[in-house]
Design a protein around this ligand. Structure first.
Ligand code: NAD
Ligand code: TYD
Length: 357
């Protein structure tokens, strides 16, 4: 390992990927203290971190990445030597309805963090790292052939992807202009436990479980390249500690699925797990109005991270998807509570008497 960190700021750690990243960092780097800064939007949920909330190396702070005074005081208090920045508005459909929230959090929030890191580390950038977690959607949409490489020109098409592209540019600008030690990774679609059920896989699992309609956008022929979230968390750990500054790494699992084929696979798995005759839920499929500007295909060439840093996905999609379906069915309470607002009550109960807000 090239680098070790004592004090790491993780943003967005109460979200889907962030919660896995925190768990993985605590497990693999016992020497590090992790501070999780998260606003607890609808997508952030302290239930996702319940198993580590008592860990002495972990602290939760509720706050906004756009809050300059708060970020500066956190840098003063904790002397962070690394930032792992995941906080974002992350859902394309919401970005179509409410783009401004995406511009504020994803662009201005990232700029606020860069500014604070530069101010805190100025004059001593050694052994520091600002790591920005991004998406393959910045590269736009592929036709039937080809893969996104790190040299693919940016061509974002949704408010979400263009706000992420903007934040990537800001991170590179702070590297070139101020010498901030940065790394960026652009990952394909993640799946696994604790994903908010507005995204395709948990939404479909929930609806198949409850025998509700399965809304497939357009003709269902759009293609996504799926990676198990724990493999993404592991790649983030590898890049944080070994990635070259100023460099971008694409992360993906060479695992492309047409949406409609994936929905059929989920029907097979969920119906099977619930003891229903094969094909029971096929009649629930409803082709609905397509997403505006719907990107046709994403697919990642991950050879750089494999060759330079020795990272590879650890499990097959077959295994990962079966484990994911089993997790959502076993954790029905989680699936139900994140959509009913109960996690807000959980937060109130846990933190209202600690004088934090
Ligand atoms: P998520 O929506 O599950 O979680 C986002 C987290 O950020 C939530 O906990 C939310 O409360 C927090 N947050 C939002 N606005 C905030 C603010 N202003 N201040 C502080 N915290 C705030 O998202 P995710 O799927 O875990 O994605 C995490 C990161 O990874 C994002 O940057 C996303 O662009 C990127 N990414 C996601 C995927 C994917 O498939 N989900 C793929 C590639 C990259
Ligand atoms: P999503 O999980 O929102 O991820 P992204 O848009 O960032 O790739 O959607 C994955 C694919 O599934 C995308 O092509 C849109 C499609 N989709 C549906 O067909 N129905 C749905 O209800 C959702 C949420 C997505």
């Amino acid at each position: 390992m090239k680098r070790n960190f004592r004090s790491i700021l993780v943003t967005g750690g109460a979200g889907f990927i962030g919660s896995h990243v925190i768990r993985s960092l605590l497990k693999n780097h016992a020497e590090a203290k992790i501070v999780n800064l998260d606003l607890l939007t609808y997508a952030g949920n302290l239930e996702n971190l319940r198993d580590i909330e008592g860990n002495a190396h972990y602290e939760f702070v509720k706050g906004d990445i756009q809050d300059r005074a708060l970020i500066q005081s956190l840098f003063n208090e904790h002397a962070f030597d690394a930032v792992v920045h995941l906080a974002a508005e992350s859902h394309v459909d919401r970005s179509i309805v409410n783009p401004m929230a995406f511009l504020e959090t994803n662009i201005l929030g990232t700029a606020t963090l860069l500014h604070a890191a530069k101010n805190a580390w100025e004059g001593n950038m050694d052994a520091k790292c600002f790591y920005h977690i991004s998406t393959d959607e910045v590269y736009g949409s592929l036709g039937a052939e080809g893969l996104f490489t790190e040299d693919t020109p940016y061509d974002p098409r949704s408010p979400y992807s263009s706000s992420k592209a903007s934040s990537d540019h800001l991170v590179r600008a702070w590297h070139h202009t101020y010498g901030l030690p940065v790394v960026i990774s652009n990952c394909s679609n993640n799946y696994g436990s604790f994903q908010f059920p507005e995204k395709l896989i948990p939404l479909m699992i929930r609806n198949i479980r409850d025998q509700r309609p399965l809304p497939v956008y357009g003709e269902g022929v759009n293609v996504r390249d799926w990676l198990w979230v724990e493999d993404h968390a592991n790649a983030i750990d590898v890049i944080l500690h070994n990635g070259n500054f100023g460099r971008t790494y694409n992360i993906g699992g060479l695992n492309e699925w047409r949406n409609i084929d994936l929905v059929h696979e989920l029907i097979r798995l969920v119906d099977g797990a619930m003891g229903r005759p094969e094909g029971t839920s096929k009649s629930l499929i409803e082709y609905v109005k397509d997403r505006a500007g719907h990107d046709m295909r994403y697919a990642i060439d991950a050879s750089r991270i494999e060759e330079e840093l020795g990272w590879k996905p650890s499990i097959t999609f077959e295994k990962g998807l079966a484990a994911t379906v089993a997790w959502y069915l076993e954790n029905s309470d989680w699936l139900d509570s994140v959509t009913s607002g109960q996690y807000q009550q959980y937060y109130q109960k846990m933190y209202s008497n600690r004088g934090e807000e």
